[in-house]
Design a protein around this ligand. Structure first.
Ligand code: DC
Length: 242
């Protein structure tokens, strides 16, 4: 088990999916869970402050994460009740809403089991904000990806451009800073590195260099890495109402 935490835009997904591919492990991006809940809330017109209703939906959230079915830059598919919501959960509205809904303790509690069930599926690389501190506190490998606000804003802008979208650096910077503040100051499971996490600075380093840095921590801390197989980095993860 590898826990990868860090702020928005630090490269957790890109790096996590590649590390998973190299180790023949499952990659699970827990942000998807909060984003999907935010999408449902937005579509149903639910007030992001309504913790009780949100937690109710969180308890029956039916989502599936699977290897990419379309070659459009996605790392994986996200299906919600049979609908492909991979890109729908990546809008700036959902960026903001996901951060808001994730601040409710009852919502986090409702989504904890789902995440831990995935963690029990075997080799897993899990990315988020509280993986090393709350979701998998016993993970043998914990890393925290760090990047300056400036660098993260530039990365986000490039990512948007690849999808044909434009947004000013200043606006992206402001949105990321707002999200950092909310994610780091909430009362339950705030975003922070676990005491035993290895901090990896990613500014000025290529994806390959960061992947190598994470693999070095894995090699150092985890015997099982020696037996790594090469296979698809994203295995299917499904939650259901049952
Ligand atoms: O990683 P991301 O940007 O897709 O996450 C979206 C939001 O979900 C983020 O702003 C805070 C929340 N989140 C969380 O609270 N805990 C996690 N483990 C992952 C995401």
């Amino acid at each position: 088990m590898v826990a990868i935490d860090g702020p928005a835009g630090a490269g957790k997904s890109t790096v996590g999916a590649e590390v998973a591919r190299r180790l023949g492990a499952l990659y699970f991006d827990t942000g998807v869970v909060y984003r999907t809940l935010a999408l449902v809330a937005s579509e149903q017109g639910i007030d992001p402050a309504d913790a009780e209703r949100l937690a109710g939906i969180a308890r029956t959230l039916s989502l599936r994460v699977a290897p990419p079915s379309v070659d459009d830059g996605r790392l994986y598919d996200v299906w919600l009740d049979g609908r492909d919501v991979t890109w729908a959960i990546r809008s700036s509205e959902i960026d903001r809403l996901a951060s808001q809904v994730s601040a409710h303790p009852s919502v986090r509690q409702a989504l904890l089991k789902l995440q831990r069930d995935v963690a029990r599926q075997g080799r897993v690389i899990m990315a988020g904000r509280d993986i090393g501190t709350v979701v998998m506190p016993d993970a043998p490998v914990k890393v925290w990806l760090q990047a300056s606000l400036e660098e993260r804003a530039r990365r986000r802008q490039r990512e948007l451009a690849r999808r044909g979208l434009t947004q000013s650096l200043e606006e992206i910077r402001r949105e990321l800073a707002d999200r950092d503040r909310r994610d780091a100051t909430r009362a339950v499971a705030p975003m922070r590195p676990a005491a035993d996490a290895v901090i990896i600075e990613t500014d000025g380093r290529s994806i390959e260099e960061v992947v190598e840095a994470v693999l070095a921590v894995v090699r150092d801390r985890c015997e099982c890495a020696r037996h790594g197989a090469d296979s698809s980095g994203v295995a299917s993860v499904a939650t259901s109402k049952d």
